[in-house]
Design a protein around this ligand. Structure first.
Ligand code: SAM
Length: 210
């Protein structure tokens, strides 16, 4: 799952992970973070998720990070806004109104470039990463957000039925990668609508990290 893998997925439009509407668990449970109005939310590995449109509609400000420029161009097009672009270190920053996205490798994003955020929204980011990369990702996101609380959506299924991504990540794995920095609480779980190709039953889970 190197950069080439994800660029190929976007170029060939193999984006089965993309949901046409805001994630139902986000909509139902995000208030549990108890954020102030207009809070700034970091969405790592954001793709062109409709969750950004939902967060904006709730009055939040959003800052994303995404490897694929194609994805980010589509994101802004689907939001119906024309972004301004500027260089930010090795990354490219797209911005319009209350939304900005850094295009490039999230590991090149620094706390200074990101600025202050009140929370992290991770859906299909941690589960997109192979086990060997998860701790580095978790430590990096905590470092650049100064351990801002996280609303984390994962999936659980029998990993022997199919290969990731998305990978099955249970509570023990969430605690392995995040437990040193956060108190981990399970907020909700629900059957994943439509399931996952080749997998048996799939549960979507929501974790609050504080
Ligand atoms: C499974 S998709 C999830 C996208 C989005 N969160 C959603 O819910 O639709 C994972 C995304 O992470 C991006 N990605 C993978 N590795 C990355 C990295 N090192 N830095 C930034 N983005 C990355 C991919 O291009 C892809 O769009």
């Amino acid at each position: 799952m190197d950069a080439a893998f994800w660029h190929r997925r976007w170029e060939s439009n193999e984006i089965g992970f993309h949901q046409g509407e805001a994630n139902a668990l986000l909509v139902r449970h995000f208030a549990a973070l108890l954020l102030p109005e207009h809070a700034r939310i970091f969405v790592p590995l954001c793709g062109k998720t409709r969750d950004i449109a939902w967060l904006l509609s709730r009055g939040y400000r959003v800052v994303g990070a995404e490897l694929s420029r194609l994805a980010v161009e589509q994101l802004f097009e689907e939001l119906g806004v024309e972004p301004e672009t500027s260089a930010s270190g090795p990354l490219l920053r797209f911005a319009a109104g209350e939304v900005e996205v850094f295009v490039g490798d999230v590991f090149d994003l620094t706390a200074a470039m990101l600025g202050a955020v009140a929370a992290v929204y991770d859906r299909a980011a941690l589960v997109a990463l192979p086990a060997g990369l998860r701790e580095r990702y978790a430590a990096h996101v905590a470092a650049i957000t100064r351990s801002a609380p996280q609303f984390l959506i994962c999936m659980e299924y029998d990993q022997t039925t199919r290969q990731g991504p998305p990978f099955s990540i249970d509570g023990a794995e969430v605690t392995r990668v995040h437990g040193a920095r956060y108190q981990v609480t399970e907020l909700a779980r629900a059957a994943l609508e439509g399931g996952l190709k080749g997998a048996g039953p799939v549960q979507e889970t929501v974790w609050l990290l504080r």
